[in-house]
Write a protein that binds this ligand. Structure first.
Ligand code: TXA
Ligand code: MG
Length: 305
């Protein structure tokens, strides 16, 4: 039996799998099966009020589960398969069960740009919930080994789809009413605006997804951000050249934001394994995918309420 067949069998049996995607590894279960979805919340220790993304392998299925308008179709055409999640009114509450949606009338849908994920999703034929495969609050896994270390005990199949090229979770955009940018990712605000026009202004409610925790993506060691001059004993996550004499982990020697994003979570894990008294991170420019990097490291440092 191939890995794809084994993954599909596991999904059909109500078991969990690791789902390699271009962003991070997911912890997958059939979105139509509440008993399977419960296992995802339990394996992660995730609060039940935090809804999950339903991954789909084709547009026809997406349009059965969520209510697409012209804006949703234009965004799906521009960015799927890819690191964009669309929040839409739910149409089929059985295909995306209440628990998957945390009881909301909306559903988050994404078609990942990863050949193995697409093979699994298309062979399965239904939606697959897949939060990042870390235990709740910890850095997301971007390699199969890291996914296995986090939640390997709860999955029936853990396919190795290689290292995740994007490295931070998908952009989340809400199309319930005005277009809102709920979570920064590789698809930038400017790219969304180029397709559907101006985004609604961020508000306390609108600028984040429900259930995003203040301390998230966090290693065990304390994290400090925007550090140009690291303190003695720190492990330093550098962005470009540094003359720090202690332990340095480069996010990107050439100051490339995409490279930094793809290295971010692995760098946090590697730093943590050294059990330093503190992990310090260089200032990261806030444009393009830098917004997503800064969002994740602010949360790793516990700064976002
Ligand atoms: O890149 C990704 O999106 C990864 C990979 C595995 O695909 N998955 C992921 O899932 O990051 P998760 O569960 O860690 O993040 C889902 C985000 C959360 O911030 C959640 O609050 C938001 O999507 N979300 C899900 N359903 C929503 C809804 N109906 N309305 C608003 N936000 C929603
Ligand atoms: Mg997550």
């Amino acid at each position: 039996m191939s890995l794809v067949e084994a993954a599909v069998d596991a999904l059909n049996a109500g078991n969990l799998i690791h789902l390699p995607t271009e962003t991070v590894y997911g912890l997958g279960a059939s979105a139509a099966n509440p008993e399977a979805v419960i296992k995802v919340f339990e394996a992660k220790g995730r609060p039940r009020f935090n809804p999950l993304i339903v991954h789909i392998g084709d547009l026809a299925l997406a349009e059965r589960i969520g209510l697409f308008d012209d804006r949703a179709r234009a965004l799906a055409k521009a960015f799927w398969p890819g690191p964009l999640t669309l929040v839409l009114p739910v149409r089929d509450r059985d295909q995306a069960c209440d628990l998957a949606r945390a009881g909301l009338d909306s559903v988050a849908l994404r078609m990942p740009a990863h050949p193995m994920a697409l093979d699994i999703l298309r062979a399965f034929g239904g939606g697959v919930v897949a939060p990042s495969a870390n235990r709740s609050g910890r850095p997301s896994p971007t390699t199969q080994a890291d996914a296995y270390e986090e939640t390997g005990a709860s999955v029936a199949v853990s396919p190795d789809g290689g290292d995740c090229p994007v490295g931070v979770e998908s952009t989340v955009v809400s199309l319930l009413g005005e277009v809102r940018y709920l979570r920064a990712g590789a698809v930038t605000r400017a790219q969304i605006e180029a397709v559907v026009g101006p985004l609604a202004a961020d508000t306390a409610e609108g600028h984040r997804s429900p259930g995003r925790l203040s301390t998230h993506y966090a290693p065990d060691a304390p994290v400090r951000i925007n550090i140009d001059t690291p303190s003695e004993g720190a492990v330093y996550l550098a962005f470009g050249e540094t003359d720090y004499a202690g332990v340095v982990i480069q996010l990107s020697a050439g100051r490339d934001l995409h490279e930094a994003a793809s290295n971010l979570f692995r760098a946090l894990r590697d730093a943590d394994r050294l059990m330093p008294k503190v992990i310090e991170i260089a200032p990261i420019p806030d444009h393009d995918i830098g917004e997503a990097i800064n969002d994740r490291i602010r949360r790793a440092a516990g700064f976002v309420g």
